[in-house]
Design a protein around this ligand. Structure first.
Ligand SMILES: Cc1cc2nc3c(=O)[nH]c(=O)nc-3n(C[C@H](O)[C@H](O)[C@H](O)COP(=O)(O)OP(=O)(O)OC[C@H]3O[C@@H](n4cnc5c(N)ncnc54)[C@H](O)[C@@H]3O)c2cc1C
Length: 367
């Protein structure tokens, strides 16, 4: 079977790899010079709980993907010799106010149904874990299973991996449209000519809806800008994710940390205003004021592919044989990448998947 995957972010690259490893003939088409527009700009958290404000039907899928992370990243490292720096260092979901503490304790009830090892730490115990934390916090949930990757390295590893296993990778090749005949997919039209395929998987992140519009298909995905700062020369190291209602810090293997993230509706504009950076520094002052002495090494800006319920679309698109979508992963594309890849490979090659993708039906807003 000849499969064309559109978009070489973490989702499209992981899908291309999974399909090729199961024997499909795969072409991965990326519009820009390098793929992974949003994926490389992300904080890399593999975090089913720390940014999830309430219990959602997506949790079983999040957990399946988290479980795949150790083996998935090990296989990528062995294949490519590029280490994506997967670390399962856990997370402290910190209460900045008494109201936060009440809300987090309510959350702990449902979180413990999925992760029994999650516990409540009072403020002194949380500070013992992470001395960089503000001494004005009101306790924290400890989530030992959460982890993170270095997305820049992971993306390099994925792009190397797809080439090593024999995926045809076209970069700098924007897809202009989907070629169909009598509601059956025939391939894609690119700036450099047509590519033929039996199946097309759309994984173009925030840009995916535009590819469907000419077919009269409306699947809502909106860009949601996010800004992150990379902090160096930390006066106090951090060893786990520190997440809060205002923002988060993620440790990196080289001793730096990422401070994120804003949520801004600004269309496809990647130029973040000064107030985005001001917000991040205000949140740093509340979470870990000692780190205001760190240096700012650089800023990253990305466009999350957001959907009305912040869940992705994963599956076949009604009315067009051979057309699939895997896009709209919003805040959790890094977390969900390995499970999305396996689910799509199973759907395309076996016609079904055992992974719990029911919440992600592509037609859930139009049926
Ligand atoms: C600041 C920030 C922090 C984040 N932190 C986390 C986190 O800690 N954990 C987490 O799980 N998620 C996080 N996310 C979300 C995560 O980054 C995204 O969900 C994920 O990167 C989406 O991946 P993707 O492959 O769908 O999209 P992208 O990475 O955007 O890739 C889509 C690709 O498609 C290409 N493309 C678009 N149109 C075309 C076309 N017509 N033809 C060919 N190619 C095309 C683009 O060039 C791009 O390379 C964060 C996001 C941001 C912005």
């Amino acid at each position: 079977m000849r499969v064309i995957v559109v978009g070489a972010g973490i989702i499209g690259s992981a899908i291309a790899l999974a399909l090729r490893q199961r024997g499909a003939e795969v072409t991965l088409v990326e519009g820009y010079a390098e793929g992974g527009h949003t994926s490389v700009a992300s904080a890399g958290m593999v975090n089913p709980f720390s940014l999830t404000p309430h219990e959602t039907p997506a949790i079983p899928f999040y957990l399946s993907s988290l479980q795949m992370y150790p083996e998935w990243t090990t296989q990528l490292r062995l294949l490519t010799h590029i280490d994506g720096e997967w670390r399962q260092g856990g997370c402290l979901r910190v209460a900045l106010t008494p109201t936060d503490a009440t809300r987090l304790l309510e959350n702990l009830e449902w979180i413990r149904r999925y992760e029994p090892s999650a516990t409540w730490l009072d403020a002194p115990t949380a500070l013992e874990h992470e001395p960089a934390l503000s001494n004005e916090i009101h306790g924290a949930i400890h989530l030992p299973s959460e982890g993170w990757v270095n997305t820049e390295r992971l993306m390099r590893s994925l792009h190397r991996a797809v080439q090593l296993v024999g995926v045809n990778l076209f970069i700098g090749t924007p897809v202009l449209g989907i070629v169909c005949h009598q509601h059956r997919v025939r391939g894609v039209r690119t700036a450099h000519g047509d590519l033929e395929g039996d199946v097309v998987v759309l994984a173009a992140g925030a840009w995916t809806s535009a590819l469907l519009q000419p077919l009269g298909i409306s699947i809502p995905i909106e860009p949601l800008r996010g800004v992150i700062l990379k902090l160096g020369d930390l006066p106090v190291p951090i060893t786990s994710i520190l997440s809060s209602s205002m923002g988060y810090l993620v440790p990196c293997a080289d001793g730096t940390a990422l401070l994120g993230a804003t949520r801004e509706q600004a269309g496809f504009d990647l130029r973040a205003p000064a107030e985005s950076y001001a917000y991040l520094l205000q949140s740093l002052a509340r979470i870990a004021p000692a780190l205001l002495k760190a240096t700012i090494q650089r800023a990253m800006v990305g466009l999350r592919p957001d959907t009305p319920d912040h869940n992705p679309y994963i599956g076949a698109i009604d009315g067009y044989e051979g057309l699939y979508i895997a896009a709209g992963h919003a805040y959790h594309g890094i977390l969900m990448a390995p499970a999305t890849a396996r689910a799509v490979a199973e759907l395309v090659l076996d016609g079904k998947t055992t992974l719990p993708i029911e919440p992600f039906a592509p037609n859930r807003f139009t049926r």
